[in-house]
Design a protein around this ligand. Structure first.
Ligand SMILES: N[C@@H](CCC[C@H](N)C(=O)O)C(=O)O
Length: 299
């Protein structure tokens, strides 16, 4: 017998199904815009992403309709802002589409604010997607398009002056904006100390995602991440893409490389036309329904 759950407050069929997954410790909640009973506004996003008052996550991935691709995706940061692209977010979203039967094949396109990307389920585990490859689009170095306020056409090895510190920065857009700082040694304390000041620096009109990056060899780099709208995170797919593109641009690595982060490793490939291909694992953490009590607290 099929049991249909009724919402305890609104006496309607249960909506608000969510899936929480992570890509190398970068965790997202996925929901379907047609199945939510609340407004996805800034305050509600903050509450849902809060680890104490909500489910807790590095952001929300909202399935929406698209006329340009098989699926549409809105990427919402935990501070309520909206991102153009997210590498881990795209792999997590692709896993959700595949695991829950929305995608009928292993390859499909996804429309983001940062352009249409192509995902492929490369490896499964008990019929659930495990390894996903995403063609992320092209890296763009033109300062005005990132955007970065700069007198240079490309913001490479430019000095960024902070209140008590200065850095040589390299900026790139992979759909969303990134600032890569090359370091001999990586310090979590340092990126946490300067992350917010750099993210919100007037040089970056749309704020910026920040990476400290150390070259380990021609095939491998190690990075730490400060994400726009989220803060320090264990991994980031678009950050890995940005760092890989900057490394290739500066001739420091080969076009195929591994990017190691505190949460794990992604494989990156930068084509001659700057097309970025990213491959990595994703795992589901939990699925369920937002509770009636949480829903009644939302605005
Ligand atoms: N974690 C993401 C990046 C998410 C978007 C970012 N916070 C932004 O505002 O651009 C990734 O894996 O790429």
């Amino acid at each position: 017998m099929l049991l249909l759950l009724k919402h305890p407050i609104k006496n309607m069929l249960m909506k608000d199904f969510f899936v929480k997954s992570h890509g190398l410790g970068n965790d997202y909640i996925v929901m379907n815009s047609h199945e939510i009973s609340f407004e996805m506004n800034v305050e509600n996003i903050k509450t849902i992403c809060d680890v104490h008052y909500g489910i807790g996550s590095d952001g929300i991935l909202l399935l929406v309709d698209s006329t340009k691709a098989d699926f549409g995706l809105r990427i919402l940061n935990p501070d309520g802002s909206e991102a153009e692209k997210s590498g881990n977010g795209l792999r997590i979203f692709a896993k959700y589409l595949y695991d829950y039967g929305l995608a009928k094949s292993k390859t499909f396109s996804i429309d983001t604010l940062g352009g249409v990307v192509y995902a492929e389920v490369m490896e499964t585990d008990n019929e659930k997607a495990r390894t996903i490859q995403v063609d992320m689009g092209k890296a763009i170095f033109e300062a005005a398009k990132i955007p970065v306020n700069s007198d240079l056409t490309e913001c490479l090895d430019e000095t960024l002056s902070l209140e008590n510190q200065s850095y040589l920065i390299n900026c790139v857009s992979v759909g969303n904006p990134h600032c890569v700082i090359l370091k001999e040694e990586l310090s979590e304390a340092e990126i946490k100390q300067y992350g917010s000041e750099i993210e919100n620096h007037p040089k970056f009109p749309n704020r910026i995602n920040l990476q400290f990056a150390k070259v380990l060899s021609r095939d491998e780099v190690e990075i730490l991440i400060w994400e726009r709208g989220a803060g320090y995170t264990l991994a980031s797919g678009s950050s890995s893409s940005a760092v890989a593109a900057v490394m290739v641009k500066k001739g420091l690595t080969n076009r195929k490389l591994k990017v190691n982060m505190p949460g794990g490793t992604l494989k990156l490939e930068i084509a001659k036309d700057w097309q970025i291909r990213m491959t990595g694992e994703v795992r589901e953490i939990a699925s369920g329904y937002l509770s009636a009590e949480l829903l009644s607290d939302l605005q």
